[in-house]
Design a protein around this ligand. Structure first.
Ligand code: HEM
Length: 155
């Protein structure tokens, strides 16, 4: 029951993070062309502030629940005298998941901070440039997230 609960939390965190990135890239961003640049940038600041806070929580839940499930499986096998080896799909998920987490930390601490500061200083070109960097790295993470989901589900 505990394992199933953690797996549910793990999947909900995936839905929030990967689903949120797909929504922003494919649906929100193209629709922003309807707004003038200052409004567009301010709206993105508000959207990203809320989204990145939620992703930070989802990240802790995702990595915490994932590692806990690995540890619990290893303990259960050790208890029955069997050796534990990481299944290849779990290795891929862990490595790519940690890679995604590092990319998120970079986005949040470098271009996002630059974006907020530029907007506060009314430097719209610098804010737009920083937002472009955020968009590229979010796209990288969205692709990685879809790959991890496919690896987890297919193998
Ligand atoms: C440190 C990072 C991660 C670790 C240690 C980890 C570990 C695990 C473990 C142990 C399971 C349970 C597998 C089972 O019971 O069959 C699982 C399931 C799953 N994980 Fe992860 N995970 C991590 C990150 C991610 C990420 C970043 C994603 C997607 C973006 C992801 C997507 C999934 C999915 C979709 C499942 C369900 C697979 C299924 O039931 O077939 N995980 N993960």
């Amino acid at each position: 029951m505990l394992y199933a609960t953690l797996k549910t939390l793990h999947l909900l965190a995936v839905v929030l993070w990967v689903g949120g990135m797909v929504f922003v890239l494919l649906f929100l961003r193209p629709a922003l062309d309807q707004l003038a640049p200052p409004e567009r940038l301010k709206l993105m600041r508000e959207v990203l502030r809320r989204f990145f806070t939620a992703v930070a929580v989802a990240l802790v839940v995702l990595v915490g629940s994932g590692l806990w499930m690995v540890g619990r499986t290893a303990r259960a096998l050790a208890g029955s005298g069997a050796a534990f080896t990481w299944p290849p799909d779990w290795v891929a998920m862990t490595v790519l998941g940690i890679g995604m987490a590092l990319i998120f930390v970079f986005i949040r601490t470098v271009p996002y901070r630059r974006f907020v500061q530029a907007l506060a200083g009314a430097d719209l070109p610098a804010a737009a440039a920083a937002l472009g960097v955020i968009r590229r790295w979010v796209a990288v993470n969205a692709v990685l997230g879809v790959v991890v989901i496919a690896v987890a589900a297919l193998f």
